[in-house]
Design a protein around this ligand. Structure first.
Ligand code: ZN
Length: 281
């Protein structure tokens, strides 16, 4: 399917991830989204923790905004087993917080290699063990774990799972499809060979879809994400593949942009996203 065959994204399917307005506190970002008619967000966990779940829940309700997920949980890997219980307890707390604000999934990234560790295979195994340990907690909280593979360039510090194939393999091993799925991020996966075919295999497991753009002259692979339309990713085409595979959920614009969009007025950021969505999402 080519780009022109996919209709522009309807505004009621446009979700703007809270971290995109990182220049705002919790209340300011939610009020800004509401002002522009956005009805869904993915809640950024550090903002939720600093605000407190009761207050955050009130702000969301007062502004008619649904929190579809919290982001990013996991960060599971650690150098020693001793830290394992701390990591798991932190994730249990996040799952409870997600449930309290009505979010149905927690975007979960594995974490990278802890300082001094070079054994990538053991960290992948550890991440899977800790995911498995969280499954009963996720089930009892009623919050699904949305495993998010990240671009291999951040393997060292964000995610030891890099591809859709690896994420699907992890799901296969954990055999908990009722409570586990995948968060697909175009920024992380746009480069994958045979992406359309991989999307078809992933579709039954999709819980979240994140989009932004990869700037050709990026200055920071984590914190210099582009506004859709400013970079190399054909997000409209990728959405076409997702929809052909059966996905009909919301599209979450998630822009980490320390030097550009996080410095602009939030209204300008949201207006630009809505404008760009007509042509690029
Ligand atoms: Zn993402």
């Amino acid at each position: 399917m080519n780009t022109t065959q996919t209709a522009p994204l309807a505004i009621n399917r446009l979700n703007i991830h809270q971290v995109t307005l990182n220049q705002c506190n919790f209340r300011e970002s939610i009020e800004c989204l509401s002002r522009h008619g956005i009805r869904e967000t993915a809640v950024w966990l550090p903002r939720l923790e600093e605000t407190g779940v009761a207050e955050a829940g009130r702000i969301l309700r007062d502004n008619g905004i649904v929190a579809t997920s919290v982001c990013a949980g996991g960060l599971l890997t650690s150098a020693g087993n001793a830290e394992g219980s701390i990591v798991l307890d932190r994730n249990r707390r996040w799952l409870e917080q997600a449930a309290e604000i009505g979010a149905t999934s927690m975007v979960t990234i594995t974490g990278g290699l802890p300082e001094g560790v070079r054994d990538l295979d053991s960290m992948r195994a550890q991440a899977l063990e800790r995911l498995a340990a969280l499954i009963p907690d996720a089930r009892s909280a009623g919050v699904r774990l949305a495993l998010e593979p990240l671009h291999p360039i951040v393997c060292g510090f964000r995610s030891v799972i890099s591809t859709l194939g690896e994420a699907l393999d992890a799901l296969g091993q954990l055999e908990s499809d009722d409570v586990m799925g995948i968060a697909f991020d175009s920024y992380a996966l746009w480069w994958e060979v045979s992406l359309e075919e991989k999307i078809r295999r992933t579709a039954p497991h999709l819980l979240c879809v994140h989009v932004s753009d990869w700037l050709q002259d990026t200055s920071d692979v984590r914190l210099d994400r582009g506004m859709p339309g400013d970079g190399l990713i054909d997000n409209r085409r990728i959405r076409g593949w997702l929809e052909q595979a059966g996905f009909s959920g919301s599209i979450e614009v998630e822009i980490f942009s320390e030097r550009n969009w996080w410095k602009r007025p939030p209204d300008e950021v949201v207006e630009t996203i809505i404008d760009r969505s007509r042509q690029h999402l």
